[in-house]
Design a protein around this ligand. Structure first.
Ligand code: NAD
Length: 350
C-alpha cells in the first residue's frame, strides 16, 4: 500500500506528538508506506521515545533518513511552533501532541491546559499564517487532521454508543482540555477557513505504549510479580482498538475524509478492566508459568475521582463512508502486545 499516491506531489507531513505512542505508529507507517517527508514536532516529554522510529529508518532497504526530521518543540510556546511550521512548510498536518493521561490531569491539570488548549491554539494560529501564504493549488490539498478522543463525550450507561452527533460532556481535566481543542479546531475551520477534520477515537493499545496506561501497566506488574492495581470493582468499560488500526483510520480520514467533519473511530471491542486483567493473567500463566496464577496479583484500589463508567463508539460513518474497518481483533492484538512487552521489558522500566 502506498499512502498519498493521489496527492499532487510528494507531501511534507508534520506530525505533532510523533514521539508518543500513537504518533510514533503514525510516523513508522508514513516512513514505510509513503514517500512523504516527515517532520516530528514533539517537546520530548516523559512519555516520548523515538527508538521505534530510528529502528524503522535503520531497517529499510533504502536510506530514508533524509525523509525524517525531529524538531524538539513545545507547542505551548507560540514563537517556537511558528518557526517549526515555517521550517517544515507542511502540506499535511496530523496533530497528536497532547498530555494524555487522565490520572495526571487529576493531579496536575495545568499542563493539560497548556499543551492541549494553548498548544492547539498556537498551532492553529501558526497554520493560519502558513495557509494564508499558500497558492490556491496548495490550499486545495492542505489538511489538518486533529486527533481527539471519545472521552470528550462523557460517560455512558450500560446502553448506547457515541457517534459524531453525540453531545460533548467532558468530565475530567484531560477530556475537558481535549474537548476545548476540538472546539478551537472547529472554530478555526468555520471562521478562518482552515481545512480541518477531527477524529474521536476510543482507547488504543499496542506495542510502545508508555507503561502508565492500563494495559502495559497490568502486563508490567504481572510479569514482575507485583500487585496489579485495578480501580474500584474493575467494572468500568472501554472500547479497545489496536493502535495500527487507529493509524489506518487516520490515514483514510486524511486522504478521503470530508472537510470540517468529525469521524468516530472505535474497535467495537468493549471490555471491562476485569476482563482485560484476567485475559492478560491467563495468557501469562501459559507463556511464563509460575507456581501461582498471575490473577492472584490483582488488587482493587480506591476508584479514580470522577471515573467515567463506560465508553463505546459507533464507527458506522468511517466504516461506510471511508471503507475502514479494524483488522485486529482484541484477543489477537492483546497477545501481540503482551508478547512485545515480554521481549522489551528493559524498555518498560520507568
Ligand atoms: P502519548 O502521551 O503517548 O504521546 C503524546 C506525545 O505528545 C508525547 O511524545 C509528548 O511529548 C507530546 N506532547 C505533549 N505535549 C506537548 C507539547 N506541549 N508540545 C509538543 N509535544 C507535546 O499519547 P498518545 O496515546 O500517543 O496520544 C496521542 C494523541 O491521541 C493525543 O492527542 C490523545 O488525546 C489522542 N488519543 C489517544 C488515545 C489513546 O488511547 N492513547 C485514544 C484517542 C485519542
Amino acid at each position: 500500500m502506498k499512502l498519498f499516491k493521489d496527492f499532487p506531489y510528494v507531501p511534507k507531513i508534520m506530525v505533532t506528538g510523533g514521539a508518543g505512542f500513537i504518533g510514533g505508529a503514525v510516523i513508522r507507517n508514513l516512513l514505510k508506506n509513503s514517500e512523504s517527508i516527515v517532520f516530528n514536532i514533539d517537546k520530548i516529554g516523559y512519555a516520548s521515545d523515538t527508538t521505534s522510529i530510528e529502528k524503522t529508518i535503520k531497517t529499510q532497504k533504502k536510506d530514508i533518513s533524509h525523509r525524517y526530521k525531529l524538531l524538539k518543540v513545545d507547542i505551548s510556546n507560540k514563537s517556537d511552533i511558528l518557526s517549526a511550521v515555517e521550517t517544515s512548510d507542511p502540506d499535511l498536518v496530523l496533530h497528536l501532541a497532547a498530555e494524555s493521561h487522565v490520572d495526571r490531569s487529576i493531579n496536575g491539570p495545568k499542563a493539560f491546559i497548556e499543551s492541549n488548549i494553548l498548544g492547539t491554539f498556537n498551532l492553529l494560529e501558526a497554520l493560519r499564517k502558513h495557509y494564508s501564504n499558500m497558492n490556491s493549488a496548495r490550499k486545495n490539498s492542505f489538511r489538518l487532521l486533529h486527533v481527539s478522543t471519545d472521552e470528550v463525550f462523557g460517560t455512558l450507561d450500560k446502553k448506547g454508543r457515541f457517534d459524531e452527533s453525540y453531545q460533548y460532556d467532558p468530565r475530567s481535566p484531560y477530556s475537558a482540555s481535549k474537548a476545548s481543542s476540538d472546539h478551537l479546531v472547529n472554530a478555526w475551520h468555520h471562521t478562518f477557513g482552515i481545512p480541518v477534520i477531527t477524529t474521536n477515537c476510543s482507547n488504543n493499545y499496542g506495542p510502545w505504549q508508555y507503561p502508565e496506561k492500563l494495559i502495559p501497566k497490568i502486563i508490567y506488574k504481572a510479569i514482575n510479580g507485583e500487585k496489579i492495581p485495578i480501580y474500584g470493582k474493575g467494572e468500568n468499560i472501554r472500547d479497545w482498538l489496536y493502535v495500527e488500526d487507529h493509524v489506518d483510520g487516520l490515514f483514510k480520514v486524511l486522504e478521503k475524509g470530508k472537510l470540517g467533519q468529525k469521524y468516530c473511530i472505535g474497535g467495537s471491542e468493549e471490555k471491562t478492566n476485569n476482563e482485560i486483567a484476567n485475559f492478560i493473567c491467563n495468557y501469562l500463566d501459559k507463556v511464563i508459568p509460575k507456581n501461582y496464577s498471575h490473577k492472584n496479583l490483582i488488587s482493587y484500589v480506591e476508584d479514580r475521582q470522577g471515573h467515567d463508567y463506560r465508553y463505546a463508539i459507533n464507527a458506522s460513518k468511517i466504516i461506510n463512508e471511508l471503507n475502514w474497518e479494524p483488522k485486529t481483533n482484541f484477543e489477537l492484538g492483546l497477545k501481540i502486545t503482551i508478547d512485545w512487552y515480554l521481549k522489551n521489558m528493559d524498555w518498560m522500566e520507568i
